[in-house]
Design a protein around this ligand. Structure first.
Ligand code: CIR
Length: 270
């Protein structure tokens, strides 16, 4: 029976290390402040808890400046099933081990069924019901997508590869605000990708607007995308919460990358 959509039951987040100042970032002029990033991730965790999600935080690892962007280390496919990735940036490979252990402690079976040269970031994986959209980006290779697609097939999920250009990840360009509503960045080339899945599409031209986080009836939106927030707030039944992520944006981070979300048994979540 296909899984039903629902809000996550639990979320795993990871603390910001002092070495965040050296996190990967595309704007070479940006100076990254770990304290500000900590305040913003704390507000994010509080927002999840206020919705009723149980949040567990892993300690930071100073050897891993990007470790707070935990989404890239795994793909959660069910309440008890996860796929550990091999992130595309070599400096991020060591992030995966402790996440795998934490997921195992939460009683998720974790699969690490891939050859050593393949690469995949969780930020390139967007779930639409029983289909995983997998972005082929500078971080995620075609054989990385093939590995995940094989794992997904064992879970009864299909996979669809999507080209990603001009952005770090697929989810920098498109995410879901609700199970039937995608938010897509104008000019991303993905504008027509969601209608075949029976979805409505809200096209935004705010660069930080396309990464929203659907949590059941609530959707988190970056405060850097006020027009996207305003348009989503007009959707019947959807409550919008805007969060300041300015320091995390400087390191190319966004809403989805700050947590791994675990659905209730028999459900899927964003
Ligand atoms: C990186 O470049 O890998 C990090 N500084 C940002 C990762 C953001 N991840 C995500 O959006 N899923």
């Amino acid at each position: 029976m296909p899984a039903l959509y629902g809000p996550p039951q639990k979320a795993l987040v990871r603390a910001v290390p002092d070495s965040f100042a050296k996190a990967l970032h595309s704007d070479q002029g940006a100076r990254l402040d770990p304290e500000r990033a900590r305040a913003q991730t704390a507000a994010y965790a509080r927002a999840l808890e206020a919705i009723g999600i149980e949040v567990q935080s892993l300690p930071a690892d100073e050897a891993c400046p990007d470790c707070c962007f935990i989404e890239d280390t795994a793909v959660i496919v069910a309440a008890d099933q996860a796929y550990l990735t091999r992130p595309g940036a070599p400096s991020r490979l060591a992030e995966v081990g402790p996440v795998g252990k934490a997921l195992a402690d939460l009683e998720l079976w974790t699969d690490w069924d891939h050859a050593c040269k393949t690469r995949l970031d969780g930020g390139d994986v967007l779930r639409l019901g029983d289909c995983l959209m997998i972005g082929l980006s500078d971080r995620s290779t075609a054989n990385g997508a093939d590995d995940l697609a094989r794992f997904a097939a064992k879970q009864g999920l299909s996979a669809r590869r999507m080209p990603v250009s001009g952005a770090l990840h697929l989810k920098s360009l498109a995410t879901l605000a609700a199970p039937d509503l995608a938010v897509v960045l104008a000019g991303s080339g993905l504008e027509d990708s969601f209608a075949p899945h029976g979805m409505r599409v809200l096209i935004t031209d705010e660069p930080q607007g396309a990464n929203v986080l659907a949590l059941g009836k609530t959707v988190l939106v970056s405060a850097a995308a006020p027009e996207t927030a305003r348009r989503l707030a007009a959707e019947p039944g959807l409550a919008v919460l805007s969060l300041d992520l300015s320091e995390l944006h400087k390191a190319d981070g966004a809403l989805t990358c700050l947590s791994l979300r675990i659905p209730a048994p028999g459900q899927w979540c964003c």
